[in-house]
Ligand binder design. Structure first.
Ligand SMILES: Nc1ncnc2c1ncn2[C@@H]1O[C@H](COP(=O)(O)OP(=O)(O)OP(=O)(O)O)[C@@H](O)[C@H]1O
Ligand code: NI
Length: 372
């Protein structure tokens, strides 16, 4: 296999707050191959946005990337080394902030946010913002930039792009604004686009149209994507591979078909049961029981054990190993769950968890060590 476009290894990002250290991203690893659309899926607070802003080196105080490696082709975005006093410091190979700004962000890796109103300035026309972005990131004249901007607006399905060029963001619908952001992301011909829940705020029909558009543009330009979502339906529709995140960790990763049809992790199973699926008629949707514990004080052992319907005693004291459970063919299918290890799961006592307690109709306090 060729070198991955993006390699993330053991990435760790923490927030140093008054209440303590929030382990928002706690050692995640994944790759994005050339031309691939890779999903990052999980409930609210799982660490998806912190992971993407870490990759872009956009984490703000009191947050800090504290460990791991991120490589884009052969360029080092994040890396650490041991200093003379044994302290951990950014390695020399790391791109400077200026290089990140000038060479990576925008023209190699572009990001699309959930809320277009955050990315678009309400006081300037859509066209002028698009044109300015192109001028900053590409070596073209103002006139050329304007032409590229209009072409891109047409490309993403904005009708009458010459006229719409002079409209203000509020004159566009939510779906149209999201199309503008996609135009902006694509306008500098990046190899990778990171999209952080860009369709979450849209209604289902408009969301479907945007996903179709992305599919089409991806075919045409061969752009790779990291697509952040909490929606397995979106994953099924557009992703090639998917990483499932829970409480700062990736707990399962596989090709999309594998993930849906050979689901390994109980959390992934729960996520799938909680959402409508295009490939299956589910009689009843089951929301995932309980709430995700705080990343400031994650449960010991398997982080999901407090909510897991399959939890046993061993899950409370064993940190699962993230391992490849796939056969000899195809992409790796990785999972971290003690069910797939030989650590005595079979002989271990079942645990009362939020999932099993609720199932029995009994409201039992969440396991002490998980919350508070
Ligand atoms: N500025 C901050 N200060 C302290 N903690 C933070 C900060 N930003 C994020 N966090 C914490 O990091 C964890 C991960 O948050 P993140 O926003 O990445 O979740 P997410 O998976 O993107 O959720 P959502 O689907 O709601 O966007 C959460 O526990 C959150 O509270
Ligand atoms: Ni987020």
């Amino acid at each position: 296999m060729a070198e991955p476009l993006l390699t993330v290894e053991n990435l760790q990002t923490q927030f140093f707050t008054e209440e303590g250290v929030v382990r928002a991203v706690d050692g995640i690893s994944f790759t994005v191959e050339e031309g691939e659309l890779v999903g990052l899926v999980g409930e609210s607070g799982a660490g998806k946005s912190v992971a993407t802003s870490s990759i872009m080196r956009l984490v703000e105080e009191p947050g800090e990337v504290v460990g791991g490696t991120v490589k884009y082709r052969d360029q080092v975005i994040i890396d650490f080394e041991e200093g003379p006093d044994g302290e951990r410091r950014p390695s020399d190979e790391m791109l400077s902030n200026k290089q990140m700004r000038d060479e990576i962000r925008g023209n190699e890796i572009a990001i699309i946010f959930q809320d277009p109103m955050e990315a678009l300035n309400p006081v300037f026309t859509v066209g002028s913002q698009l044109k300015e972005f192109i001028e900053i990131n590409r070596d073209v004249s103002g006139k050329e930039a304007k032409q590229i901007a209009i072409d891109m607006l047409r490309e993403v399905g904005i009708p009458e792009p010459e006229e719409r060029y002079d409209s203000y963001p509020h004159q566009f619908s939510g779906g149209m604004r999201q199309r503008v952001l996609i135009a902006m992301a694509l306008s500098c011909e990046p190899s990778l686009i990171i999209a952080d829940e860009p369709t979450t705020a849209l209604d289902v029909t408009v969301e479907g149209q945007i996903l179709d558009l992305v599919d089409e543009l991806q075919d045409k330009y061969g752009t790779s994507f990291v697509w952040v979502t909490h929606d397995m339906g979106v994953v099924a529709e557009i992703c090639d591979r998917v990483n499932v995140m829970y409480l700062g960790e990736i707990i399962e990763q596989a090709e999309v078909d594998d993930l849906f049809h050979d689901t390994k992790h109980p959390y992934t199973q729960a996520l799938l049961k909680s959402m409508p699926r295009p490939d299956e008629t589910v009689e009843e949707l089951n929301p995932i029981k309980g709430v995700m514990p705080e990343a400031i004080n994650p449960p010991p052992g398997c982080r999901f054990h407090t909510r897991c319907p399959d939890a046993r005693e061993v899950c409370r004291r064993t940190r699962p190993v993230y391992q490849d459970v796939s056969g000899p063919e195809g992409y790796p299918h990785r999972v971290s769950c003690v069910k797939y290890e030989s650590v005595g799961y079979e002989d271990s006592e079942p645990l009362d968890t939020e999932a099993t307690a609720a199932f029995g109709g009994d409201i039992i306090e969440a396991q002490g060590e998980s919350n508070e």
